[in-house]
Design a protein around this ligand. Sequence first.
Ligand SMILES: *[C@@H]1O[C@H](CO)[C@@H](O)[C@H](O)[C@H]1NC(C)=O
Length: 306
Amino acid sequence: SNMELIEDFSRPPLVPVKGIPLIKYFAETIGPLQNLTVWPDDLLISTYPKSGTTWMSEILDMIYQDGQLEKCRRAPIYARVPFLEFKCPGVPSGLESLEETPAPRLLKTHLPLSLLPQSLLDQKIKVIYIARNPKDVVVSYYNFYNMAKLHPDPGTWESFLENFMDGKVSYGSWFQHVKEWWELTHTHPVLYLFYEDMKENPKREIKKVLEFLGRSLHEETVDLIVHHTSFKKMKENPMTNYTTLPSEIMDHGVSPFMRKGTTGDWKNTFTVAQNERFDAHYAKMMKGCNLKKQATFHFLIRVLDM
Ligand SMILES: *[C@@H]1O[C@H](CO)[C@@H](O)[C@H](O)[C@H]1NC(C)=O
């Protein structure tokens, strides 16, 4: 029965794969995923969770559809942009969605490089990576853990924050993730963007994406994309707000998938002591990473000044 299914897949413990904790069902796909056949015109959207993946996915699908809204309404975002490692009982997996996807394909992943199918790296598939202020990421991740039942119970905010700093959450360490994908920019075609820059000036960032893709669109089309991919529009769009998934998987009554979409919301959750501890940990973990030199956004500048 439906109840048994729910009992079955609700809140299983994370399973480590090569030391990276993953959602149990996602861990099961890492093996089969290594046989992924990539096509030269594939484009990979990569982020640590809660960093603007769905936003960038919708932007890219709109670019690929030349801004034709009705085409972007053809299916939920996870069917238009297959989520490579996604697997969950009763829902098509990422690999199954991929079989239905014509070229040129948009692919999504949150995997660290050590778990990524090697074929993506060997064939130097273009990548768009987004990093976001980790303080906003961890607050968002905590709310997401609460509503997305494939995760274990997050426990208290205090303990979740500790686990996040220690990399003991799904997909492991945020610090490792942003650093290793940054390193990849030196040898691979990676456009490395920041969520904060997208919030500040989405049109400027969409133009960076177009240039990276070697595409051009009419100015009005770019404006339409900016408008249609605003937080408000995406929150009320059933093809992007994830309400098409069963509520046993994502319970929007606990916290909506599209929650706030702002920057600096961490200030409403972190205590002063937690913030100081996080800053010290951040400085230690990011020491020597030249990502800092590139960063134009506030959270890294503060740390640079320390
Ligand atoms: C998702 O979109 C639908 C259709 O616009 C809307 O009725 C619903 O309230 C949205 N859900 C959330 C949780 O934002």
